[in-house]
Design a protein around this ligand. Sequence first.
Ligand code: FEO
Length: 404
Amino acid sequence: MKPVEIKKDIFWVGAVDWDSRDFHGYSMSPRGTTYNAFLVRDEKTVLIDTVKSDFLSEFLCSVSQACGGEPHIDYMVVNHLEPDHAGCLDVIVARFKPEKIFVSPMGEKALRSFYHDSKDWPIEVVPTGASISIGKRTIQFIETRMLHWPDNMVSYIPEDKIAFCSDAFGQNWATTERFSDEVDRGILNRLLAEYYANIVLPYSPMVLKTLDALAGMNLSIDMLCPDHGLIWRGHEDVAFALNSYREFALQKPTNKAVIIYDTMWHSTEKMARAICDGLVSEGVSVRIMSVKHNHHSAVMAEVFDAAAVLVGSPTHNNGILPMLADVLTYMKGLRPQNKIGAAFGSFGWSGECVKILTEHLSGMGMEMVEPAVKVKNRPDHETFQACYELGQKVGQAIKARLAA
Ligand code: FEO
């Protein structure tokens, strides 16, 4: 990739991964992604982060071009140790022999366990509040623990009003454009939310604390550079990204329900549609998501701002179907808050499904709407009516919650 000068003497030197579909090994990225790294030319040449090692050769080429002469790197800033950002660190250290490598306190621990031969690397730990001079500019460091790993930090250059924010405010989108004001905003905003739902959601309490801390520091930011996706450019777009994260982190429910199910012989599927009718009769917007046709990360992208989650499975070997168990395990890890839950399903003989589903949802702190509906083999008219009524009751519970 060619470097892109994003501010005077500050270059994007990242990589665009058009084929990424399995982001970080667990979340779908249907539009690909980018690994953003940056090079600052001042009295010291500073490289901020690297890229996934698959892109090493292009990355080295881009860094060399951005250096604009004999390629050299004086300082490395490692905002995050996840391998899609620090994956080329050992090669950079071996090739350019930087004078200093700046990492957060937790970053040092992560670095040592990723790079076992780093004993002699010139590491300097920079906690929140530390800053360095690189010539005309300074770089200030702010730890952002658990956004998204313990080691994450933000690097801020006040002279340019630019913040390099690692995982925060990222989106998975492979594009030829680099800036938020160059792309379709509807898509960008949706991808920001999907990224949050699948990567950042469990750390929402930390997001709120970090946003408050950043607000308290009164940083003037007119460019926000995440490690993935488009750069937020201009005060309006930066404010939009910051405000969106506050909204996401608060997890306020919206007038939406998600029905998630798996099915063997279509009985549970038919129940899902009857429940949907009941919800719609109460004015709720509904998504029906078969786990056979929707990856767990697509399900979470809908669940995270929904008021209610209704889950259905037939009983299978005294349990629930395995693809649904996958979604529930994934959902539990992301710790969604403020949800209403309900369970339904069919069975042939033992019928444990709704009890198990209820345990899963209430274990995530959801307020369960009862009675759950279960039916032996095929739903009849009475079952459909019970499903419709369950949908209505959930719809009424959503209304009550939104009105509170
Ligand atoms: Fe793409 Fe937590 O890194």
